[in-house]
Design a protein around this ligand. Structure first.
Ligand SMILES: [Zn+2]
Length: 197
């Protein structure tokens, strides 16, 4: 089971770090140390260099930017530094940091995009589960705290293993460009996303 694997992974990591903590929180963390490259890159970005805003402004570069779908007020993009294969994000077009700044139609469309992404990733990648959520504020882990985005992370039983934890190695068996092409084709075949606006 996936949870058992994560528990074992947490214990292995703790022991590797010379710690004996067996807390539930530690055991359930998803360890992804390679993401420090992404986080450091974001911290270096100056104001106005938001990559989500850059993607929004350049529809002709959707393929290079891995933008999967565009809606009326939000869009879906593959994460360039994924936790797992198919890790996607849904963001409003507007550069806003607070949920208070989203109107009801924008919130509805974001939820619809999430629903459709789950459908797409389940069909195309045989995902067995999902972590879906937001990090609000840098202290909560947000790499880009000024532009809201929801992470959609597909999961499979046993997808966090010793290679990722001890070896700093990602086992993602597909290139991002190959995955992007597959998901765009599958979206077209299934008529996704189905949005109400
Ligand atoms: Zn932005």
């Amino acid at each position: 089971m996936g949870c058992d694997c994560l528990s074992r992974a947490g214990v292995i990591y703790s022991r590797a770090m010379g710690e004996e903590s067996e807390s539930t929180e530690r055991k359930r963390n998803i360890w992804a140390p390679w993401r420090i490259e992404y986080i450091n890159g974001l911290q270096d970005e100056k104001e106005g260099a938001c990559f989500l805003c850059r993607y929004r402004q350049c529809p002709s570069e959707d393929e290079e930017n891995l933008v999967l779908w565009r809606g009326r007020s939000s869009f879906a993009v593959l994460n360039r530094f994924p936790y797992t294969g198919g890790h996607s994000m849904v963001a409003p077009y507007d550069h806003v940091a607070s949920l208070d700044d989203l109107d009801a139609p924008a919130m509805l469309e974001i939820m619809e995009m999430i629903r459709e992404l789950r459908k797409l990733l389940t069909g195309a990648l045989r995902a067995e589960g999902f972590n879906i959520g937001m990090n609000i504020g840098r202290c909560a882990g947000a790499g880009l705290p000024d532009h809201l985005h929801v992470h959609v992370v597909p999961r499979w039983g046993g997808d966090t293993n010793f290679m990722a934890i001890l070896g700093d190695v990602r086992v993602i068996p597909q290139t991002l460009s190959g995955l992007y092409a597959q998901l765009r084709a599958e979206s077209e075949r299934l008529g996704l996303p189905k949005l109400s606006s």
